[in-house]
Design a protein around this ligand. Structure first.
Ligand code: ATP
Ligand code: MG
Length: 781
């Protein structure tokens, strides 16, 4: 038997080496579902299946990357490279590019992210003169999204009186018209939104039987992780593609279905056996992740759900510590409890920051936790907040790049046509939009043919439009020879973007500049990475696709030591030695909005089950008796979920007010006096974590800055001809340096001159990297 197969138990081995036919693995958390999928792929390859014929769909791209790495270790990198692996969105975006012209799209179509969709919808609502309080663009977007995910096209919508009626009752009779306009505008802009990536794939597979056949033949083996959270659109794709060979393996846990609110359909897993003939069903029962206490406590919770498949989960792991439950007076106290506990645990048990995760129900809860972590100087990272690629300055650069490959991209064009300011006013832009809609042309086309259109503008403005077109076209020429990095570097310099930021001497301006440098660094990595392990071409289109589909989790290269903060939804599939689940209060978790029906409540309970089962060694549950919500202090009660856990697994920690008078508990553990006093949240002083984030002379902390976790040491920005930050050129071989992303490493080689000096550095985590010093932010240690 192959050696790696011995790393599986018997129950895991069986589905791993079950080569053909439809099969489902239904099993509880931590029982090795993802591991079986991974090893199964390696096994298929060892049995002679061509990696080109294997399609594996995961919940995040990060999960796909990790799987691929593991498989590469077993079967070799060159083989693993050819696997089709990724999220539904990323895999089918690739296929749509190949087949785009059949659907009337350019192959370099833009992917509109949520912000692009929001802006377009808001603009349509405005153009249609609708009341924006009735037609809230986010609500409209989510409605359109749910139509798309149920495969209700515009035409289907207008043929369905019930839907029209429902929207009319919701006082949005024009919803269908907005939907129609939105779809048309996306199409004209050569853009697909996230839901289109699934909807259009379905369209492709149903309208073009030859395409369906092609991909059925290609994907002889299909594997899907986290199957319980697939939506209808995803379900249909998998069903169609697997129809010919029926070598389909799905894994999931009905108890972890937590995306119903986004259209996930738990019936996909429950009905799997009806969809295919002779389905083999496997169950895994042994949990390898968590202690007995955690596994048993989680079991005692999920038992309370009525809708569930019967499953056994047990573990041979140690009993472990009981789950600690802590009550605090306020959310501020809760934060301090979490921070001091982490601090204490790190000291006593030599743990790393990355051994801890703090999970919450809603993003808003991170605030009080962050304040406390900063006070203790504990580095942390928030996942799922505003991601790097969403930042204004980054979007600006990306919009230039998007427009270069797809001049029809309306949202990109609107963003940069007058940024940096080039004297093209909103009135002119509005005229262009009206004209473009009238002629059914793109804005770019209208601009190019302005004399043939009805747009009335003066000759000065005309010249400005012409200059803009010339600029973009010159970039298009450069794009034919330059790589992504070279192009972007040229664009930021010559478009005036960097000049604009350099004018802004505030710390924020400097931080924005650094972000652009970081983006360029990332592009350099992308270009070089593509050269090394490429299964792709490294084109601009590909870079933009990666960026559009990157989730915040994907950006994490696991190379810095920080506590992870995220919502429970995002934590699915992950594991950490110590997990805090915070804000366990009625109306917060379970959420006030999800207590209306039993099924909603059961979904909340599953969410709690997911949260608890992320923990390997120690779980902490915390709640506060009062909490600031929507700007008001409200009283809260402990969550019913705490009571639902069998008591024998719990360790009710002494409530904080009792500790306060206990001289045995030193201030070391519970922080300064502030940590002990019932805090009036009005009096909480916000301090920037380190003064370093503020430039000399500026005294007012910017609240935004509180988002900064481990403030970078801002070096003064020296201006060069290229207007980019200079590095410390005294770097020498043998120096030990520190890099924001890769940590510390030793300089092993320096080459090049002037602005092109590169250093080869052997990083502790990340290996040898060649960095352009102009952009790499290195600190000599
Ligand atoms: P979830 O439901 O949370 O997605 P899962 O069922 O996918 O969990 P895995 O993530 O595959 O579970 O496995 C949980 C942990 O147990 C991982 O750290 C994995 O490496 C480990 N593990 C799984 N099977 C074994 C085994 N046979 N021997 C040792 N460790 C194992
Ligand atoms: Mg898993």
């Amino acid at each position: 038997m192959e050696k790696y197969l011995s790393q599986l138990n018997e129950a895991q081995l069986e589905p791993t080496i079950q080569k053909d036919g439809p099969m489902i693995i239904i099993a509880g958390a931590g029982s090795g579902k993802t591991r079986v999928l991974t090893y199964r792929i390696a096994y298929l390859m060892s049995q002679g299946v061509d990696p080109f014929n294997i399609l594996s769909l995961t919940f995040t791209n990060k999960a796909a990357r990790e799987m691929k790495e593991r498989i590469a270790q077993i079967v070799g990198t060159s083989e693993a490279k050819n696997l089709w692996m990724g999220t539904f969105h990323s895999v089918f975006a690739k296929i749509l590019r190949i087949e785009a012209d059949r659907l009337g799209y350019p192959s370099n179509f833009t992917i509109y992210d949520t912000q692009d969709s929001d802006r377009l919808i808001a603009s349509i609502i405005k153009e249609m003169n609708l009341d924006k309080d009735l037609y809230k663009y986010k609500a409209v977007r989510s409605r359109i999204s749910s139509y798309k995910n149920s495969l209700i096209t515009v035409r289907a919508y207008f043929q369905n009186p019930e839907l029209i009626e429902a929207d009319t009752m919701a006082r949005r009779p024009r919803l269908g018209d907005i939907y129609k306009a939105y779809v048309e505008r996306c199409f004209k802009a050569g853009a697909m939104d996230f839901d289109d990536l699934l909807l259009k794939t379905n369209e492709l597979l149903t309208r073009f039987p030859e395409v369906l056949m092609k991909y059925q033949n290609r994907f002889k083996y299909i594997l899907v992780d986290e199957y319980q959270d697939t939506n209808h659109s995803q379900y249909l794709i998998v069903r169609a593609l697997s129809d010919k060979f029926q070598n389909i393996c799905v894994v999931g846990d009905d108890a972890q279905s937590i995306y119903a609110f986004r259209g996930a359909n738990i019936n996909n897993i429950l009905n799997f056996q009806k969809d295919y003939d002779d389905v083999k069903v496997f169950r895994l029962e042994q949990n390898y992740r968590s202690t007995k206490n955690i596994v048993n406590a989680a079991n005692s919770i999920i038992e309370k759900n009525e809708t569930k498949l019967d499953k056994v989960v047990w573990t041979a792991n140690d009993e472990g510590a009981k789950i600690k439950v802590n009550r605090s007076l306020t959310d501020g106290d809760e934060g301090r409890y979490v921070a001091s506990t982490i601090w204490e645990q790190k000291m006593n048990n030599q743990l790393l920051n990355s051994d801890f995760a703090i999970l919450y129900r809603t993003n808003a809860q991170s605030r009080s936790i962050e304040d406390a972590l900063r006070k203790r100087d504990i580095p942390y990272r928030i996942y799922g907040g505003v991601s790097f690629y969403q930042r204004k300055e980054i979007r600006d650069v990306l919009s230039y790049l998007r427009l270069i490959i797809n001049p029809a991209d309306e949202e990109a064009l609107k963003r940069i046509i007058n940024f940096p300011p080039r004297g093209i006013g909103q009135t002119t832009i509005d005229k262009l939009i009206v004209s473009a809609n009238g002629y059914n042309r793109t804005i770019f086309e209208v601009m190019k043919n302005i004399d043939k259109t009805n747009v009335k503008i003066n000759s000065g403005t005309k010249n400005k439009l012409q200059d803009f077109i010339t600029l973009i076209e010159s970039y298009q020429v450069l794009n034919q020879t330059a790589d992504v990095f070279e192009l972007a570097e040229h664009v930021t310099r010559t478009s005036g973007l960097i000049k604009e930021l350099n004018k802004d001497g505030t710390p924020e301006g400097v931080a924005r500049m650094e972000n652009i440098e970081e983006l360029l660094n990332g592009m350099k990595d992308f270009v070089e990475g593509q050269k090394e392990i490429a299964d792709t071409t490294g084109s601009l289109a590909e870079f933009l696709e990666d960026v559009a589909l990157a989730t915040d989790l994907d950006a994490d290269k696991g190379d810095s030591d920080h506590v992870a903060l995220m919502t429970i939804h995002l934590a699915k599939g992950l594991e950490f030695p110590c997990v805090f689940v915070v804000g366990l209060e009625e109306d917060l978790f379970p959420s006030a909005m999800s207590m209306g029906t039993r099924s909603e409540l059961e979904e909340e309970r599953r969410l709690f089950y997911v949260a608890l089962t992320r923990a390997e060694k120690q779980a902490y549950l915390t709640y506060a008796l009062s909490r600031y919500r929507w700007g008001k202090l409200v009283d809260s009660e402990p969550s019913r979920f705490i009571e639902e856990i069998d008591e024998q697994y719990l360790d009710i920690v002494t409530p904080i007010e009792e500790r306060r008078f206990n001289p045995m508990l030193s201030a070391d553990i519970f922080g300064d006096a502030e940590g002990h006093t019932p805090v009036n949240p009005n009096k909480i002083r916000y301090k920037p974590a380190k003064q370093a984030v503020l430039k000399k002379g500026s005294s007012k902390p910017d609240p935004e800055k509180f988002q900064v976790t481990t403030p970078k040491n801002l070096k003064p920005v020296e201006k060069t001809n290229g207007n980019t930050a200079l590095f410390d050129s005294k770097l020498a071989v043998g120096n030990i340096v520190k890099h924001m992303r890769f940590g510390s490493g030793e300089v092993i080689k320096i080459e090049g001159t002037g602005a092109d000096v590169k250093a080869e550095i052997n990083f502790q985590h990340g290996g040898v990297k060649k960095l352009l010093l102009r952009f790499a932010k290195l600190e000599v240690v």
